[in-house]
Design a protein around this ligand. Sequence first.
Ligand code: ADP
Length: 516
Amino acid sequence: MRSSQKKIGLLILSVLVLPVLFFTVFEIGSLRQNEKVIQDIYRNQLDAILFSINQYSDDVVSSLASRIDISMNNYWQDAGPELNKLIHEMPAVTGLLQFDPNYECLLSYPESSRDPALCAGIKASLVSADSTIRRLQTYMRGGYRKIETVGNPGRDMQWIVFLTRLDDRDIINVLILDPGKFISQVLDPKIQEIARGKFHIVAYRAGDKEPFYSTDKQQSTGNVSEKRPFWFLKDYTMGIVLKEMTIADLARERIRRNLLLIGLMDVILLLGAWLIYRNIARQIELTQLKSDFISGVSHEIRTPLALISMYIETLEMGRVKGAEKVREYYTVILNETTRLSSMVNRILSFSQIESNKRKYLFSDTRINEVVENASLTFRYTLENKGFIYSFEPDVNLPAISADREALTDAFVNLIDNAIKYSAEHKNIAVRTGKSDGYAYFEVEDQGIGISERDQKYIFDKFYRVTEKNLAHRVKGSGLGLAIVKHIVDAHHGKIELISKQGSGSRFRLLFPVKTT
Ligand code: ADP
């Protein structure tokens, strides 16, 4: 039996446990990789957000450029009021200067922004950005307008260049823009909308550690890892961070959750494997017990049958002399027949229980009466075997609803065991009493007792204690207590067992007292 259990253990180990372990190791290994992929995805998402802010700034300036274009084409020299209005509407734009293709200053809006030094400064920048201007012209001819930044007038000023085509002439427009104002006044509503409480978006001036613009003044800005430059705001960068957690936090949280899930799954699978193993091992044990039972029972039936036939033969041949001897022979035959029939009864009773055919007839029953009647049948055996038997009834015991025959069965089984498993101290005490809404009878012996481990199993069918070897010598089927348990369960009662190896056992069967 041990070796088949080992084989099944190994089978479960190789079929269930090993793949689980392999899967766990593989999953943990790939977890880091997965997290890196997730981090990349998040990063790309943040990148896309920053890209959309740049796209929006481009759109704002392009739309202003288009409106300037339209005014100029409509009015040219008289476009002044219209252009002044446009510039005035955009808070971050402080002026618009127009140059001819030779970079000569033509006009400026508002007029007050015309400053020779400014004109000269821009002209110098345009000259040095000549190739950029040529490129803008090429784009223009291709029907596409591009916006560029030229020069480096300082942190608070940007020169944004775009071209307008007027009567086959290219006018070079230079917008004077305050980048700080552009971000915090023109772009702000859009950035707030994009951040939508989920992201924290900031903007930095070159050389500054702290951002000058932030969507959320409360949040610390120490851990902004995603930063991108503004396309045409030189020396200005923007940064983005997830509001509640950083990406690393998020990834760590996911790793933790996944590890927890894997751990939980492993525990469940291992528990399942263990339960399967236990179940199969139990079945194997049961099969073994059954086969022990069959050989035990065959032996138990054969022995009395052999004795009976031998005694009858001897009697028949008239070889037994003297009435005393004849009576002794008849007693042996009677005892063996009783043993045989009780064995057969037990097997029948058990098979009825197993096939759910045992019917119980409940009626008002007095436990004291059941015990007294049953004890009449084995009193003689007890005395014969040298037992001291005592019965202490509780005379005020209320009646219970029970099947009298079944109760007798249970009681006889307990007495039978008390007799079988007593060694030198042959004392059996039977008591009845009440406890917490139950009426009970109990059988106490001073026999070999039952170990704590065996107490868990003795009510299982076919189970017999083998270690002490007394059970080997004592004949039995391993069915008695299984029958007792079934009877008690059918009565909604309970069994209490107190036993100590070497000192004896007390089995108490409790039955609910009728409440009405
Ligand atoms: P059996 O036919 O073997 O007596 P039971 O189901 O009646 O079958 O009992 C199961 C096992 O419980 C017995 O084999 C014995 O080891 C143990 N047992 C039962 N009653 C007692 C008792 N009074 N004292 C010691 N051991 C007992």
